[in-house]
Write a protein that binds this ligand. Structure first.
Ligand code: FE2
Length: 364
């Protein structure tokens, strides 16, 4: 099925070839570049990055108008961008078609640079992982819809992970790397909580238990190798997008905390990297900001969910939560301030009216 076309990824061919030959200080890095085409350098300056998740295609999504009116330089769809729990290509295409027809969606993508990752419901099944048989079909449909089938690094890649390098445009510009993770295509099965624990109400809400099995993987070996390389790229701020929460200690539902060894590996990589790292995530149908200090660095996980289907599951203990949990429609925003030699960034959760509901910052 053909979708209405909109220019989501205007990558210049010349620019893409350039990345094969140069790193970002202009030094030839042929060996590394042959292995990884990304981060793809983008010449658009970014100061304000908005993001959100969990969009029901059969409901109004007027919050997309609020996002557009806030004029972000980028918008990142963090997964569950449609609800298409199906192994039928026709049904999945139909779900995307409903999204594509929404005027508020068309206006947003017509005016804003877009990136996207997926979560379970646009992957095709609730909480599905690497063993999902429909995965290659879902990947093809995802890449077609988002207009990335034929562009680097997506066209040669198994999975939907990718990395881009932007700059800010203030008096003291910084390099901002956007790392988009695929938490679905290669993920091992979760450890499920025994039915009797659920029955007598032991442990946290949700169907899963933490699993420290060293064989279990969140990203798979190829994506991990790629990610190690990405963290070596020169950057001042790295925004790491994961569909599911990275830091939250509430681990009954899908979260990196269910694979504590994988979470540790990610934080170790991030703590050794130059500059600052912030995680952004979705999936939960509420918003919160978690913070954790690790090996001398402070990490934030800014969770924004849902764009148009908030659900309040009631209280959930997350000792890392900063301030309140917000359970109405929301989107997230990162504002980078570079007018002074020492840059700083604000993280915000915004409501449908464009008012700030949760905020945090780094570098201030
Ligand atoms: Fe999800």
């Amino acid at each position: 099925m053909r979708f209405p076309s909109f220019p989501l990824y205007p990558i210049g061919t010349g620019l893409a070839i350039l990345v094969l030959c140069l790193n970002f200080s202009g030094t030839p890095v042929f060996a590394q570049a042959i292995q990884y085409q990304d981060p793809i350098p983008r010449n658009k300056a970014i100061q304000s990055i908005a993001f959100g998740s969990c969009l029901r295609q059969n409901r109004p999504a007027t919050i997309l108008n609020t996002i557009r009116e806030s004029q972000p330089d980028l918008f990142i769809f963090l997964g569950d961008n449609v609800y298409a729990d199906t192994t039928s290509r026709a049904e999945m295409n139909a779900a995307y078609s409903l999204l594509a027809k929404k005027p508020e969606f068309q206006k947003l993508v017509g005016q804003t640079r877009i990136h996207a990752i997926w979560d379970d419901h646009d992957y095709g099944a609730n909480d599905a992982g690497g063993d999902f048989a429909f995965r290659k079909d879902a990947e093809q449909i995802f890449k077609t819809f988002w207009g990335i089938s034929d562009v680097r690094p997506y066209r040669d890649r198994d999975g939907i992970y990718a990395s881009f390098l932007y700059r800010t445009a203030g008096k003291h510009p910084i390099k901002v790397q956007l790392i988009l993770l695929d938490t679905r295509s290669f993920r091992s099965p979760w450890k499920t909580r025994p039915w009797w624990q659920t029955f007598i109400g032991i442990g946290p809400d949700g169907p899963y238990l933490p699993d420290a099995d060293p064989e279990k993987t969140m990203l798979g070996s190829s994506q991990w190798k790629w990610l190690e390389y990405q963290f070596q790229v020169q950057a001042d701020l790295r925004i790491v997008a994961s569909s599911i929460q990275v830091l939250s200690l509430a681990n009954g539902f899908e979260t990196w905390s269910n694979f504590p060894m994988e979470q540790e590996r990610l934080l170790q990589l991030a703590s050794r990297a130059q500059g600052s790292v912030v995680f952004i995530s979705g999936d939960r149908h509420f918003a919160e900001v978690s913070a954790r200090s690790y090996q001398g660095k402070i990490f934030f996980d800014v969770t924004s969910s849902s764009l148009n289907q908030p659900l309040d599951f009631g209280a959930e203990a997350n000792p890392l939560r900063q301030g309140v949990r917000f359970a109405s429609a929301n989107f997230g925003r990162i504002m980078i301030h570079d007018s002074t030699p020492r840059w700083w960034a604000e993280f915000q959760i915004m409501d449908e009216q464009g008012d700030v509901r949760i905020k945090a910052s780094i570098g201030r």
